[in-house]
Design a protein around this ligand. Structure first.
Ligand code: SAM
Length: 255
């Protein structure tokens, strides 16, 4: 039997209508779908009915399937000659460990393809009506993770905080709720105005999306008050001053 293929497919931030047409086609053709927790409700309903499905996200115990086990599963299924779709939230190459999966598959001699998805930053910007760049407010944007590789929240982010603290720069933080206090502290210590606005977007593009406005000075308190376990993104910068609840509500009427 011929060896199958694995395609890493970005599922977008949640709303099934944000899938690409290519992702939709691949879901319709897949023999096997390996998916994780951040794949939005309704997306798997669009997949081939008789595809084998493997969930590799966090279980109730809050433990993820180890990455090496995911690699083994992908290799095993491809070696059975299957067309495997590895479905990942957002984009596979933005804080999605897609790079590691590609390396493991190539090392095993498996043909691998990548189909991009809309990353959470872009989904949340659109759903909240906050542009990430704007001629008057931000000339650059950086995506960072608040989560270090070993998951140690006490030591986040060996980053160039001076550069990230420049005014008129938008910072989008993935997995940054647990380290929000440290992030706000680093930015203000490096000169960012404590009154810089922050938009916290939970469950962006999903029916249960929640947005909360804070400032760097109030971020720790606001995050603690929300106490939410939902996937959330922090958008930090002058662009957040453009957030208007009435406009966002208006955008939602087209959702
Ligand atoms: C492991 S990263 C995966 C990112 C994904 N590959 C992407 O491109 O969006 C998971 C983090 O992405 C962010 N995220 C993913 N989906 C989100 C959503 N619908 N709303 C807000 N944040 C989201 C959260 O910060 C979450 O903790």
């Amino acid at each position: 039997m011929n060896t199958g293929t694995v395609t890493l497919v970005g599922a977008g931030p949640g709303d099934p209508e944000l899938l690409t047409i290519k992702a939709l086609r691949l879901l319709g053709e897949a023999d096997v779908i390996v998916y994780d927790r951040l794949v939005g409700d309704g997306i798997l309903d669009l997949a081939r009915r008789d595809a084998d499905r493997f969930y590799v996200g966090k279980a109730r115990s809050n433990h993820s399937v180890p990455q090496a086990q995911i690699h083994d599963l992908l290799v095993e299924q491809a070696r059975l000659g299957k067309r495997v779709v590895r479905l990942k939230g957002g984009d596979p190459f933005v804080f999605g460990r897609g790079g590691e999966e590609v390396e493991a598959l190539r090392a095993a001699g498996i043909e691998v393809h990548i189909t991009p998805g809309i990353t959470a930053a872009l989904g949340c910007a659109a759903s909240s009506g906050v542009p990430l760049t704007h001629r008057d407010h931000a000339q650059s944007v950086t995506f960072i993770t608040g989560h270090s590789k070993d998951g140690d929240h006490s030591n986040p982010l060996m980053l160039d905080w001076s550069a990230l603290s420049a005014a008129h720069h938008t910072l989008v933080v993935y997995m940054g709720v647990a380290t929000a206090k440290e992030i706000a502290g680093k930015l203000t210590r490096h000169g960012r105005d404590p009154e810089t606005p922050v938009l916290i977007v939970e469950n962006g593009t999903r029916p249960d999306e929640v947005r909360t406005v804070a400032t760097l000075a109030t971020l720790e308190h606001t995050v603690a008050e929300r106490a939410s376990k939902a996937p959330a993104l922090l958008i930090i910068g002058e662009v957040v001053s453009l957030y208007r609840t009435d406009v966002a509500a208006y955008l939602e009427t087209f959702a």
